[in-house]
Structure formats: structure tokens, C-alpha cells
Design a protein around this ligand. Sequence first.
Ligand code: ADP
Length: 654
Amino acid sequence: MAHLAAVFNTGATQLGLRDQQAEALITKRTAERHRLALQLETSIAVAKHIALTLNTDQLLEQVADIICQRYGYYYVGIFLLDETGQHIRTSASAGRDLTAASPPELTLRVGQEGIIGWVAQHQTAALVPDVSRDVRYTLWKTRPHTRSELALPLKVGDELLGVLDMQSDNLDAFSADELPVFQALADQLAIALRNATLYRSEQTQRALAETLQQVGKSLTSILNVNEVLNSILDYLASIVAHDRAAVMLRHGTELEFVAARGYGTAEGPRPNTRVPIQSDEEDNVFVKIYSTQAPLAIPNVNEYPAWKRVEAIRNPSSWLGLPLIRENEVIGILSMARLDVRPYTEAEITVATTFAAQAAVALENARLYERSKRFSQQMEYEVQNRTHALQEAYTQLEQLDRTKSSFISIASHELRTPITVLKGYSQILMNDAAVQANEYHKNLVSGIYTGAVRLHTIVDSMLDMAKIDGRTLQIYPEPLHLFDLINRVFSDLRADIQQRQLSLTITPGVQALPPLEADEDGLKKILYHLLVNAIKYTPDGGRITLDGRAWAETPPEMDWPAPGVELTIQDTGIGIDPANQDLIFMKFYQTGEVALHSTGRTKFKGGGPGLGLAITQGIVLAHRGRLWVESEGHDEQKLPGSTFHVVLPLRHGK
Ligand code: ADP
């Protein structure tokens, strides 16, 4: 029995032991399951938050909170790497007794400070069961009770974003088994962080792109250089953070400060401050930007030996200089600086470069506009001056012309009487029997008479011109037959025509013309001058044709109603250059070389006073008619000929 009992007891003991073991196992398993469930729940909760928010700050705070609460940890912190990759900073934290007044805001040097710094450097997890035995550990004043710690890298691929740090006030609170689950959570968090950053940077990029576009538009619409300079600095403030900025423009081999911001009242570049851009100092920032035509960012000016202070301006810390380029030439430099060490990032440099390109366009536009404005003002001034001078010259010329006209008028009046006497007496002498009998004397007297007649004609022309100039030409219209008048003028010129072996044709069109109201003397002069010219400018053996037609309708530019007549005098002469076809109607105007004057009124290309066409024009206009010429050009070999057209109204004064 005893044996049995012993066996039983042993069995019972064994049974009890097994029970205890089983119980312990069950408890352990239950605890494990509980932990696993907790971890899963935590992961799910974190995942839910991650899915819900793109706001990183909020997300990190919430994740730190959830982990801290669910596990009952002493402290949970999420640290993010800064832009330089040299420091890691607290971004969110949760923990027991954390007060707003003492947030454990920390900035740690990567690889040099604490377990977190170590994880950031090695990019692998650190599980520390007892912090007091780990050399990497540094005590934080705000977390004195930390006993164990688990720090996990937040990585996407090979890139480290930060560190997830968990601390417990119990020793050995973290087990190696849990590591994969926690790392999975950390990875999830890292991806969420990356997504949020991408989203944020995409948003910022879009906003920046929009701002840049707006800025570009507004800048290029300003046309005043000073305004553009001010706007460049205004806009720059909203595009890339800086404490001070300046625009410098190139003048030859120097850059001049033309606008500046943020320098305070005492310092700052004085207007007209200049720095050289063409020197041997290759590392000089301005020289460098000018020669490379590329932006230059200096993370810390105080560590850049070639940095030169400009005047008494306090040195900045981080500096960025951008070339303002137009048509492959640096027209200036945009400089911006931060007083503390915050180097300009690649992204900032890219944005600033785009902005600088727009600024350069705007500046160039405004400069061109101002230049063209100055130029047109100058032009306007010049034009005014010239107009004034011209006006004066014109008045003087008018005065001279009037003086000349009155001289011609007086002189021709004065000449007329003696010429008439000369003409009369020489005619009497010509008819004298004694003169008639002596061939020698007869020739002399006839020469005197021809000269007197020619002089008479010239003086008459001068008188006519003076009347036309002085608007005193009187016309006395009466019904006339053009055909009769032509015959009368023709008979006067018959001898000349014959002498020059010219043929003159008067078409039936002329004969059929209706009578018209005109001044007889005037009309005879019109015919005379046009016929004399046709004879004079047609070589021997040429043809002259007179044609006429009635006008049933008058073109609108003529200010008298239909009907009218048109007479054309066509010759086979040397023709008139189109460039001279208006000028020949001006008084004294003669084209080409003027031959000797007064050698006879109808000598080929013989000179005259240059008044014939001006008088003809004056008389035609006094009849409210029109006179013009048509000719292919002047050619003494091909003889293109000229056709003069005279249009006169049938009735006068209506
Ligand atoms: P003038 O004959 O005295 O020089 P006009 O006023 O009559 O002055 O003519 C002006 C100019 O017009 C002439 O010098 C001549 O060059 C040109 N001209 C006039 N009529 C003719 C014509 N029928 N053919 C060619 N040229 C002509």
C-alpha cells in the first residue's frame, strides 16, 4: 500500500509537476498569444492610421501614441533624419509623464550620440535588454527610468528615413522573437512616411510650379526696370527662403548692386556698389558664376576661403548665387543668403534657377522697353526739331519765292515795253526798201526781229508764271472750237515742224469735239506749250499726233460734272522717266542736261526757261481741268515717246 501510496504519491507529485509545467506552458502560450494578438492589433491599428492620413506630423504622433499605450511602454519616439543626413531629430513622441513643458525634443548626431544615433548610422535594429550595460546608451534627463530599449531603423529600400525608438522601465522588456514583427511595423511606417513626403513634395511642387507661372506672368508684364527689380525680390521671398537677397546687374566687367532686401538700415550694399567679375580669382563666387553661367551654392560661407566681404556687410552663413542669363550672356546675378547655416537644397536651387530665368526675361523686357521708349522720345524730340527747322526753311523759301515772283513780275513788266519797241522797230526796218535791197542788212534786221519775238515770248511766259504764282491769272471763258484753235497754233509752228521734218496728225476725233467754254488766250497757250515740247523732245523725222474724245462721265476726283473733253498730244520722242513725271510740272524744272538756251524755240532738246508745263498746268487748273503725262521712260535710242493728256470741262463755272 505504502508502495502504492508512494507510487501514487510519486505519480501525484509527477502529475502535480506536469500540471504545473502544463500550467506554466499554458500561461506562457497564453501570454505569447496575448502579445501576438496585441502586436497584431497594434499593427492593424497603425496600418489603419497610416491608410487614413497623409499628414506626417499627425501620423507620427498617433503611431507613437498607439504603440506606447498598447504596450504600456515608458517612452516611444520617432526620429527623422535631417536634410544633411548628419542629424536625427525627434519628430513625434509619447510616453508616461511626458508633459508639454518638457518634450524630449532631441537632435542627435548620427553615429555619435546614443543608441538612436548608432541605429541611424548602422541602419540596423538595436535591442538593449539593460541600457546600463550598453556603452552606446546616454541618459536623457527627461527619461531617467529607462531600463531596456529597442530601436529600429525606418528604411525604404536602402534609404534611411529615421528611427523608431521604444523604451521600457523594465529590464529585458523586448524579446528577439518580437523583432521581426516590430521591424515589419517600422517598415510599414517608413513606407507611409515616404508616401506622405512624396505627396507633400508633389503638392509643394505643384504649388511652386503654379506660383512660378504666376510670377513669370506678372513679372513680364511690368515694363519699368525699377519695378521689375523690386518685384523680383518680392516674389523671391515667397519662393525660396532667405534672410536677405540682392540683384546685381552687369556693367562691362563689373557687377553693380541695383536692388537689395533684408540688410537692415545700417548695413547693406550702397547703391552703385560694384564687384569685379573678370579677375584671376577663379574661386571668387561672382567670377565663378559669371564664367560658368551656373548657380553656385555655398553651404557655409565661413568655411569658404575665397569668400570676400562686400563693403561692411555682415557675412551670411549659407549663400546661393544664380546667374541671370539672356541670350547666352550673364546680364546679372541674383544673390540670396541665410544668416544661419541652412544650406540651400537641390530642390531649392532648381526652383530658384527657374525663377532666375524668368527674372532675367522680365528684366530684359523692361530694359528693352525703356530703351525703345527713350529712343522714341528722342525720335519725337528730333522730329519736332526737324519739323520746326523745316517749317522755318519752308517759310523762308516761301518768302524767297514770293520775292522772286514779284521780281519776275516787275522785271518782265519792265522788259516788255523796250522789247515791244525793239520788235516794232525791227519789223518796220524789215519792211524798209533800203534794208530789203541789201541782203546783209536784211539778215541782220531779221535776226534782231526773231530775237525780239523770242524775248517777247519768254517775257510773256514769265508774266504768266508770276500771275499763276500770285493767283491773279484771269480767264475769260467763251465758246471755242478746239479744232480751230489747234489749226491756228499749228500754222504758227508750221515752219518749225517742217524744218524738223516732223509729221503732225490731227485725228477726226479732234474735229468731232464739241465746242467748249474756255479762255481763248489760255487755251492757245496750253496748245502752244504742249506742241512746242512735242517738237522739241522728238528727234527729226518723228511723229506728233493730236487726238480727242468727249467725256460723257467725269471721274469722281474731278470736281465738275460731266461732260468734258480730253485732248492727247502724243509724240515719238525721247520720253520721260516715271520718276520725273510729276516734277516736270514744277516751274523751272528741267530734266537731264540743259542745253544752251535761247537757241530757237523748237530746236531738238533745245533749252527753255522751264516754265512751259508749269504755265500749262496753271491754266488747266484755272479751268478746273486736269493735266498729266504718260511715258514708259526716257530713252534717246528707243524713243518711247510721251503722251500728254488735257481734260477740260465743256462748260465753265458749273
Ligand atoms: P522747258 O521745255 O522750257 O525745259 P517745260 O516746263 O516745258 O520746260 O518742260 C519741263 C521739262 O519736261 C523739259 O525740260 C523736258 O525735260 C520735259 N518734257 C516736257 N515735254 C516733253 C516731251 N514731250 N517729251 C519729253 N520730255 C518732255
